[in-house]
Ligand binder design. Sequence first.
Ligand code: CP
Length: 328
Amino acid sequence: MTTPNLQIREDGRLRHFLSIEGLNHNLLTEILDTAESFTGVAEQSVKKVPLLRGRTIVNLFFEASTRTRTTFELAAKRLSADVLNINVSASSAVKGETLLDTLRNLEAMHVDMFVVRHCDSGTAHFIARHVLPHVTVINAGDGRHAHPTQAMLDMFTIRREKGLDFSRLTVAIVGDILHSRVARSQIHALNLLSTGEVRIVAPRTLIPASVESLGVRVFNDLREGLQDVDVVIMLRLQRERMQGAMLPSENEYYRLYGLTEEKLSVAKPDVTVMHPGPINRGVEMDSQVADGPRSVILQQVAYGIATRMAVMSMAMQQRAVQNSNEYT
Ligand code: CP
């Protein structure tokens, strides 16, 4: 699945952004630093910079999304790009047009970037292998495989909350690891940023085989897994990807793995609580925790804009630099 050369140019810069695998510490840090530089744009009276003026970005979402699609759209608009949002359920895909034919037709409109979400793992890589040389592809979530911009906005959130040094942090990812593209991307990103300890906490049925090879400690008991953690990232049960009975019931899951104030009390007092969304209240977490003082769930959404601005501008860096020179 990993094709590092596909997403990195010969000079080491981003070409596409498809997965965290294949990237390196310096590139991740550059994305986080660039995102930091974009946070001020939201505070400006005119929330725009001209970096991608004249560029056309297509949001191609074959799967439902609230946060990712809208923050990609806002990020592109804040970079002054033109944005097309393709409603796939109302496109010719439903009349039998192939994915490649859809791409060719959009490319004929001189687009510069596709932001792609699809239920099949590998779709973003497939598209990246087939686009014209000047077109960039960003993976906005493919099947169970990867959701790299979500992982980067999560790393940005952790850095904002806990500082630059990840090596002194213990981070627990709790819930449906088996079906989670977010967890996979987060684990790779946390490892690349040299996080002190990465834990996953889940029932045995929701843990992928050989997950220890990813460099994580595995816990089946929530209280043990949360002991002294600095950050806890809760995940949604991905019912749409489950085949057969993997859990006794949602009530039982909540009793054992649902995050409550009482269970959180074993973590560090200043623990940060995160969730990529959408949240299922009363399934993976209690509202008191989700809306409580240690939750940064809505900050994650806000940071998604700056982080996606960073990834998009870096992947189109050459043209972005040319464009910004026009204004200096
Ligand atoms: N976190 C996330 O990917 O949310 P959406 O499915 O709403 O985009």
